[in-house]
Design a protein around this ligand. Sequence first.
Ligand SMILES: Cc1cc2nc3c(=O)[nH]c(=O)nc-3n(C[C@H](O)[C@H](O)[C@H](O)COP(=O)(O)O)c2cc1C
Length: 188
Amino acid sequence: MTGKRILVCLTGASGAIYGVKLIQTLSQRGHEVQLIVSKWGHETLSHETGLSVEDLKKYAEVVYDETDLTAGPASGSYHLDAMAIVPCSMKTLAGIANGYADNLVGRAADCALKERRPLVIVPRETPLNLIHIRNMERVTEAGAILLPASPAFWHKPENIDQLVDSIVDRIIPHLGLSRTEIEWTGDI
Ligand SMILES: Cc1cc2nc3c(=O)[nH]c(=O)nc-3n(C[C@H](O)[C@H](O)[C@H](O)COP(=O)(O)O)c2cc1C
């Protein structure tokens, strides 16, 4: 399979590990990862995983600053195969739902939607208020795939890694890539 060019964004919601696992998996499978980590994404990444963006550079072809609206992904004509926002804060979700593209994450998502490219949004908040729900409805109507980080338990995960993998495994096919397999044991 030829590698695809995937833009992955980590924003300031809990669950940075999902984004880290996604970029590791994509890179290991020979895809070109382009990365944006928002200012609050830096905070949650470091707080939750002890990692910095510097540590993620080995998985990414390029790391953009969220303020750089001159970067390629700010243009719809820039070639990207798909985009994922993992995890996605309610603030970034609100921006996308309302076409308010004030940083590179929001602008790139705006472009993905207008160019009809796969856009996977992994929101993280609980409980949800009506504004969150309406914003989720709006991005879904606009063509995004909303994929909440709700890990499965049917495969009897033995550790957090396996829980995280169950979400990464669901994201990958929605980016237009062939999926990983979690072994179905048959006993529930
Ligand atoms: C430790 C920490 C955890 C947070 N968790 C969440 C969360 O799970 N969901 C969310 O919507 N916002 C969360 N926030 C708030 C966002 O970081 C904040 O709304 C920020 O403005 C998001 O900006 P961004 O989307 O540009 O990264 C959290 C903030 C911190 C510091």
